[in-house]
Design a protein around this ligand. Structure first.
Ligand SMILES: [Cu+2]
Length: 110
């Protein structure tokens, strides 16, 4: 991420249950607004679009990675700085939530 610029969150979600689960949102006080996004390559241009639901098959895995799905941290708080960690609450269609800890990295870090 870059200071006071929107930051992207990448992760891998694993569904360890026998039924499909659908990610419908994410939130953290550290980001103001946190949105589900997808990068699309269209007409020679890269752009991002909102995603309202990300289905996860039973026992399946969904990757949030550069060039694809990601979380968009619209207004990172001052403490969203490299070396810190923020807790994000992932919300599912069945009403369940999962808290996940994200490490904050600089834009050039891998
Ligand atoms: Cu985005």
């Amino acid at each position: 991420m870059l200071p006071s610029r929107p930051a992207a969150g990448y992760f891998t979600l694993s569904n360890t249950s026998a039924s499909e689960r659908t990610l419908v949102g994410a939130e953290t006080p550290a980001c103001g607004e946190l949105m589900l996004h997808r990068s699309v390559h269209q007409g020679g241009q890269d752009r991002m679009e909102m995603v309202s639901r990300v289905p996860m098959p039973a026992y399946g895995t969904v990757k949030f990675a550069p060039g694809g799905n990601h979380l968009m941290c619209l207004s990172p708080a001052a403490d969203v700085a490299p070396g810190h960690a923020i807790t994000v609450t992932l919300r599912f269609a069945d009403g369940g939530t999962v808290d996940a800890v994200f490490a904050v990295r600089g834009a050039m870090a891998r």
